[in-house]
Design a protein around this ligand. Structure first.
Ligand SMILES: [Mg+2]
Ligand SMILES: [Zn+2]
Length: 204
């Protein structure tokens, strides 16, 4: 079984994208576009693009802040050591790779890229097909073939989670799967996921 992890709010304790917009951009735009996205009135990528257009800080400053401030969940090293997961993120290589380097972890990563312009950051989205199920350029097409265990926490994980063999969910993803009456396993840290994948039971 291949293991696929979301990054923000799943590997990291808090959503780095929200933290960056909160500190360096306009968090009201992030919240408003997030709400529109939740109601199906704005696409995920459009919401992200509108939020990050409000960030104007130099990329180096944001990376330096992120390396100092972003915390990853306990158990990341155990989990990546055992399973060599693929990380699929709607965040950015430029902000994720320095955190992975800090943690001394090397794993394959699929994410978007940034053009951090001083008049507002632009996102260079990872090439992906528009999904026939959800209508977005979602994470489903990034899943490896065969059985997949998917770990996620948010809106961008929904469609991929529906396609996975086994799902570990918290936060908004867990709430969505509850609504859909789709089973998943909960977790607090990544040791929980490692234990469950080792057949030592799940936390739910
Ligand atoms: Mg997330
Ligand atoms: Zn989809």
């Amino acid at each position: 079984m291949r293991l696929v992890l979301d990054w923000d709010g799943t590997v990291t304790e808090r959503d780095t994208l929200e933290l960056v917009v909160e500190r360096f951009g306009d968090i009201a735009t992030y919240r408003r576009t997030g709400e529109l996205m939740g109601n199906g009135r704005l696409g995920h990528d459009e919401a992200l693009a509108m939020s990050f257009a409000t960030v104007r800080a130099p990329l180096d400053d944001v990376v330096a802040w992120a390396v100092g401030a972003v915390r990853v969940r306990h158990g990341l090293r155990e989990l990546t050591g055992r399973h060599r997961p693929l990380i699929v993120s709607s965040g950015f290589h430029e902000l994720i790779e320095p955190i992975l380097a800090r943690e001394e972890i090397e794993v394959p990563l699929l994410a978007n890229r940034l053009d951090a312009r001083p008049d507002g950051w632009r996102i260079r989205f990872r090439p992906a097909r528009r999904c026939r199920r959800c209508g977005e350029r979602c994470k489903r097409s990034a899943l490896p073939p065969g059985d997949v265990a998917y770990v996620g926490d948010g809106y961008s994980d929904r469609c991929a989670a529906l396609a996975a063999t086994r799902v570990f969910a918290i936060g908004g993803l867990a709430a969505y799967l509850d609504e859909q009456a789709i089973p998943y396993e909960s977790f607090e840290d990544l040791h929980d996921v490692a234990r469950a994948l080792a057949g030592e039971g799940s936390v739910r």
